[in-house]
Design a protein around this ligand. Structure first.
Ligand SMILES: [Zn+2]
Length: 375
């Protein structure tokens, strides 16, 4: 039997329903637009940045990073407290020490954290409510080829957001110059999410509608806004911990076709746009040019990752060097900021993190990176 609500919705859909959906979408956007301020403009050093990935074990390489490779920024993969199961773990002392040593070489440090997924051991009973939830009330979890265990996807409308903000505050207090959040996502990992109690309550409050019965376009707008607010919250926490510093705030976009990672949405909460590209991509130059045009005043940082999780780079420095060379050539030609995997990431679930192949021990890789970074 058709409920009154469904009947009204059906009538609305038949008689100008699109207009109704659009106005609700706009209302969901408007109601959230002004909770937290957008980040300040990116610092000057972020505009001409040459960025290398780094782990704690790279401390002895910092001098080479600066002098031989002309790097200006280190993107530090060293997770305190907990990790997504892939990123190497470390202590707050190690993070502070790395930053101090990098600053001594005149290098800036941006710290990595996964903003959605977290290892299973982090999911204590009191955090059960932080997990993204399906419409049937099931927690969203997933495994990836390069990580052996199950991970959970947390929701930005829960206290998880404050937890990530606290991590960012810690990074800033340790001396970090910026925060990089990985996997900003609601939708792509697990299907249509999130229907957790925080999302349902927040949505009802903002729109007067039930989340479960809303149009998908309206739900997407709500979750896009939730993600933006989360990123702004993280930025505000980091800035509060280092008020004299102009912090970089950026998030990975691995696929701008995803509703949560659309550059025109996520980019509103960032002062640096970050784009992950993949080897062998068609129309790579045109795509990057289009990405750079979305926010022409914000720097665009670009990293090249192995396509589809293949193991093609590990133990094959010539192949990796050729693909680095091609991609870096395009990035430099377009005047964008290159981010390079100084060490090739591991695709082995039993040994996540990084391999032992790096610019510090593979001369072919070293030559390519030094050539482009100094151009
Ligand atoms: Zn939620």
């Amino acid at each position: 039997m058709m409920t009154r609500r469904k009947f009204v919705a059906k009538v609305a859909a038949m008689s100008g329903g699109i207009v109704l959906i659009k106005s609700r979408q706009a209302a969901a956007e408007r109601s959230a637009a002004t909770i937290l301020p957008e980040p300040r403009e990116a610092p000057e050093w972020a505009r001409k940045a040459r960025i290398l990935s780094a782990e704690y074990r790279d401390v002895p390489h910092l001098k080479r990073a600066r002098e031989e490779f002309r790097a200006t920024v280190m993107l530090l993969y060293c997770c305190p407290e907990t990790t997504n199961g892939w990123c190497p773990a470390g202590t707050w002392d190690q993070i502070a020490f790395f930053i101090q040593q990098a600053h001594a070489q005149n290098l800036k440090v941006v710290c990595y954290y996964d903003t959605t997924t977290m290892e299973e051991s982090f999911l204590s009973p009191e955090r059960r409510e932080w997990v993204q939830t399906t419409i049937e009330g099931k927690p969203c979890s997933f495994t990836r080829r390069h990580v052996w265990h199950l991970r959970y996807a947390f929701c930005y409308n829960t206290p998880w957001s404050q937890h990530v903000a606290r991590i960012a505050r810690g990074y800033a207090a340790a001396g970090a110059d910026g925060i990089f959040l990985d996997n900003p996502n609601y939708y792509s990992f697990t299907g249509i999410t999130c229907f957790c109690k925080f999302c349902r309550q927040g949505f009802k409050q903002e729109t007067g509608q039930d989340l479960q019965q809303a149009d998908e376009a309206v739900r997407i707008a709500f979750h896009q806004k939730s993600l933006r607010e989360h990123v702004k919250r993280v930025y505000a926490a980091a800035s509060e911990a280092a008020p004299a510093k102009q912090m970089v705030m950026t998030c990975n976009t691995s696929n701008p076709a995803l509703p949560m990672q659309r550059l025109d949405n996520l980019g509103q909460a960032e002062n640096v746009i970050f784009r992950e590209t993949f080897a062998g991509q068609k129309n790579a130059k045109e795509n990057l040019r289009r990405d750079a045009a979305v926010f022409p005043r914000k720097p665009l940082w670009v990293i090249l990752t192995e396509g589809s999780g293949a193991k093609g780079w590990t133990g094959n420095a010539p192949k990796a060097a050729a693909q680095y060379d091609e991609c870096l050539g395009i990035i430099m030609e377009l005047g964008l900021c290159p981010v390079v995997w100084a060490t090739i990431p591991s695709q082995n679930p039993l040994r996540p993190g990084f391999t032992d192949d790096s610019i510090y021990n593979q001369p072919e890789l070293a030559r390519v990176v030094a050539k482009h970074f100094s151009s």
